[in-house]
Ligand binder design. Structure first.
Ligand code: PLP
Length: 388
């Protein structure tokens, strides 16, 4: 309890990554440094990778890299593709566009299929794109589009891609640990994520789960790669001890050993239900303030809520006032959504008290900036969901 209260009082960090850390995860990073080729590190990394396999819901090897999530993006592309490969990028926001841009930068022929920001892809749109564009080697999709707060229905996308024979590569940077993702059961070929979001770790590590069909592509891939070589990373992994070819982010790996253990002890169904509950509560809270959630309800993410800033309200001033006067840190809009939305994260270790406190503060600041609100409505709206 004390830990939770402290988190709220210190800084109510509700950006969609980096996310708040459990006290025991923070403590794991404060220990004396160890040898990255010694037995303690080898066993710790092996345990993290085995735990992550359970969260990816796969038996495929999980490869670790000292990198941010975008390192995972680059690793996925350069190991699976060759210059000139036709790649279908399903984009519905900034991170989907980045996935496409990385593939383009390394010489893939990228065909971008977009839907309006705030929506995700339905099966018909994916099937139709694959009918129009033949010879697609890989389909790229972002599970949870953090820039819009829309989550793709990944199983539906995977079912639509499968008959084409194309590989399916998934950016799960802001979804793994928050939203159900069954890599093997849904027939997904490659998934990557990062340490600093729903996995409740600090920034600094990317992980890529590589399935059998993706490994086949790896053996013939000719895109340039060195640091991010899957073949080289795999050589250093065994069940008993796992190492990396280059210096790993030791404190990050130790932190994840704790947070991954916490996630698995709680159990994936309970973790996903927790995120769904906070998602419903946050949406109810902001709607009770008269605000509009950006994404179409069919795709509204349970990992974060993107909310339109009302006309006449300066988004920068709103975010600044929340930060300076209320200690509440929310995300702003990115790219074309800058100044138009705010993003409230409920991924990872975020507690319901933090969401209620943020909604209460949001209500006060909006009121002061001249947006008409019903006092107490936001917290009541969210609490009704949380109590139910
Ligand atoms: N993909 C998604 C869906 C993300 O949310 C992010 C970061 O927010 C990234 C990729 C990029 O991750 P990083 O900033 O760790 O490189």
């Amino acid at each position: 309890m004390e830990g939770k209260e402290q988190t709220v009082r210190e800084i109510n960090l509700l950006i969609p990554g980096p996310t708040p850390l459990p006290p025991e995860v923070r403590a794991a990073m404060a220990r004396p440094m160890i040898d990255h080729r010694g037995p303690e590190f080898g066993q710790t990394l092996a345990a993290v990778l085995a735990g992550l396999q359970q969260i990816f819901q796969t038996t495929a090897p999980v490869l670790p890299f000292a990198a941010s999530g975008t390192g995972g993006t680059e690793a996925a592309i350069v190991n699976v593709c060759s210059p000139g490969d036709r790649v279908l990028a399903l984009t519905c926001g900034l991170f989907g566009e980045r996935f496409a841009a990385v593939a383009r930068a390394f010489g893939a022929e990228v065909i971008e299929e977009s839907v309006e920001w705030g929506r995700g892809f339905d099966a018909a749109t994916v099937e139709e794109a694959l009918r129009r564009h033949r010879g697609i080697k890989a389909v790229l999709v972002t599970h949870n589009e953090t820039s819009t707060g829309a989550a793709n229905h990944l199983q539906e996308v995977a079912d639509a891609v499968r008959p084409s024979g194309a590989l399916l590569l998934v950016d799960a940077v802001s979804s793994l640990g928050a939203l159900d993702l069954r890599m093997d059961a849904w027939g997904i070929d490659l998934v990557y994520t990062a340490s600093q979001k729903a996995l409740m770790g600090p920034p600094g590590a990317a992980f890529v789960a590589v399935g059998p069909r993706a490994w086949e592509a790896v053996s013939s891939s000719t895109m340039p790669k060195s640091y991010f070589s899957f073949a080289r990373a795999r050589e250093h992994l065994t069940h008993e001890a796992a190492y990396t070819p280059f210096t790993p982010a030791i404190p990050v790996v130790r932190a994840l050993a704790v947070s991954v253990g916490m996630i698995l002890r709680e159990g994936l169904p309970a973790r996903f239900a927790h995120h769904a509950r906070l998602g419903r509560a946050t949406r109810a809270g902001v709607e009770a303030l008269g605000l509009r959630v950006l994404p179409d309800p069919a795709w509204a993410s349970d990992a974060l809520t993107a909310v339109r800033v009302p006309d006449g309200i300066d988004a920068g001033l709103l975010l600044r006032t929340l930060r300076v006067e209320h200690n509440v840190v929310l995300g702003g809009g990115m790219g074309p959504l800058a100044g138009k939305i705010l993003r409230i994260s409920h991924m990872g270790y975020v507690q319901e008290e933090q969401i209620l406190a943020a909604l209460g503060s949001l209500e006060q600041v909006l009121d002061r900036l001249g947006h008409r609100v019903t006092r107490g409505a936001a917290v009541e709206g969210a609490a009704a969901v949380l109590g139910g």
